[in-house]
Write a protein that binds this ligand. Structure first.
Ligand SMILES: CC(C)(COP(=O)(O)OP(=O)(O)OC[C@H]1O[C@@H](n2cnc3c(N)ncnc32)[C@H](O)[C@@H]1OP(=O)(O)O)[C@@H](O)C(=O)NCCC(=O)NCCS
Length: 150
């Protein structure tokens, strides 16, 4: 029986999602401090979702819309609750919300060491973009840090 209850994230659950990301192997960096999470939440209050089972936070996904493209960040299901359809439920809910906001296209990024997740997204009808090369730039080296201790 599906018991996942999906709701909007609020900062009250900040420590729950940090714990969830760490336990599910997602590196938390300088964009995941409480202030930074508050920032993305403020811009995307209807796209930042958590999922609870019996009151416990077991799922999280950050959806974001920059006015042109949608983005999916940090989808994670508690390792003890994976392979129950919860990842698909979270993504289905998020996609429905992107549809409501009339977003034309949504992107997500998978780190190469996490290649096995590609098959999960393929099942949800996402396509790999062979025609794109992703490039990044750090405007202020003082701000950006990977894998910090939160
Ligand atoms: C990837 C993740 C979100 C999947 O969540 P989940 O709840 O286990 O996935 P679901 O149970 O909803 O799976 C949906 C379908 O995808 C399949 N699937 C799930 N994980 C898979 C994987 N790693 N490889 C291949 N297929 C996978 C399931 O078997 C299921 O297929 P079915 O419908 O034919 O039964 C979860 O494994 C996770 O949190 N991983 C760690 C964090 C992470 O890597 N996040 C992604 C960052 S880009």
């Amino acid at each position: 029986m599906i018991k996942l209850k999906i709701e909007l994230f609020t900062l009250r659950y900040y420590h729950d999602i940090i714990d969830l990301w760490k336990r599910s192997g997602i590196e938390v960096g300088s964009s995941d401090t409480k202030d930074e999470i508050a920032k993305i939440l403020k811009r995307n209050p209807d796209l930042f979702l958590i999922g609870k089972e019996d009151g416990k936070v077991v799922a999280v996904v950050i959806g974001a819309f920059d006015g042109r493209r949608g983005y999916v960040h940090h989808l994670a299901i508690d390792p003890n609750y994976q392979k129950k359809g919860y990842g698909k439920m979270m993504m289905d809910e998020l996609i429905e919300r992107f549809c409501k906001e009339k977003v034309h296209k949504v992107h997500l990024f998978i780190e190469k060491h996490n290649k096995e997740v590609v098959d999960f997204y393929k099942k949800l009808r996402w396509n790999i973009r062979e025609d794109l090369i992703m490039m990044s730039f750090v405007p202020d080296k003082c701000l950006y840090k990977r894998d910090i201790d939160i």
